[in-house]
Design a protein around this ligand. Structure first.
Ligand code: MG
Ligand code: MG
Length: 250
């Protein structure tokens, strides 16, 4: 069932979203050459504690951290580790989540570590644009196919590929609610979006093949060809006045 959130409930989700945005602010500062992905997780934990928020990632199906850190060819679900040291020229997806009074926020950003090559920068720029295009489609009466098509068409026009095994989702009192929101689709097809729907939209765009593989840790999803992948995400409410991104700084 796809739930409709009230204005009061969306206000709580906005508070959770602000905590997520603050986690990103501190994680981005921590994600420097020489830092480990565990160092990035540590600052995210500090923000959660300071804001009296709880983690929706920690212990989710046994996940051991409060953020996912996914460098280079890791698409999503990378586990923060003391043995993963960030290097100049890397890219890193930082996926953060928080719960306030039972309501969830979820957002991701992919950042450059120091100076990166031109093609990696293009991958980040295009993936962010895929998300922005998708957000613009979160208008009452539009369909999930409109969202997916917006992501897919921009990615393909840039000669990148779209991950199909992992998708966006509804969000509310659980991190993952119905509906699933694929990053591909046919305009006009699929569920119609209504005011009060809240969706986490998260394009995962690969420089090479769309094929994915899960490593033996059961979490880390990588590109099959070893090329890089980028991931951007926001939690967004459909309102009478169009989309409202909830995972923004306060
Ligand atoms: Mg998500
Ligand atoms: Mg996420």
């Amino acid at each position: 069932m796809v739930t409709i959130k009230t204005a009061e409930q969306i206000a709580l989700m906005r508070r959770a979203g602000r905590v997520v945005a603050e986690m990103h602010e501190f994680c981005i500062k921590a994600a420097k050459p020489g830092a480990t992905t565990q160092d990035v997780d540590a600052v995210a934990r500090e923000v959660l504690a300071r804001r009296n928020a709880t983690s929706n990632f920690l212990n989710y199906h046994g996940f051991p951290a409060v953020i996912c850190t996914s460098p280079n060819d890791v698409i999503v679900h990378g586990i923060p580790s003391t043995t993963v040291v960030l290097e100049e020229g890397d890219i890193l997806s930082i996926d953060c989540g928080a719960i306030i009074e039972g309501w969830h926020g979820d957002a991701a950003i992919t950042v450059p570590i120091g100076e990166i090559d031109e093609e990696s920068q293009r991958l980040l720029t295009v993936t962010k644009a895929c998300l922005d295009d998708a957000i613009a489609e979160i208008v009452a009466g539009n369909s999930l196919g409109d969202i997916g098509h917006a992501v897919e068409s921009r990615a393909l026009a840039a000669n990148f590929s779209v991950v199909r095994e992992y998708v966006g989702h509804g969000i509310g009192t659980a991190m993952h609610e119905e509906p699933q929101v694929p990053n591909y689709g046919v305009p006009g097809k699929g569920m119609r979006i209504r005011p009060g729907h809240v969706l986490a939209i998260e394009p995962m765009i690969n420089a090479g093949t769309q094929e994915t593989q899960v490593l033996s840790d059961g979490w880390t999803v990588v590109t099959q060809d070893g090329q890089r992948s980028a991931h951007f995400e926001h939690s967004i409410a459909c309102t009478e006045n169009g989309p409202e991104v909830l995972t923004l700084p306060g």
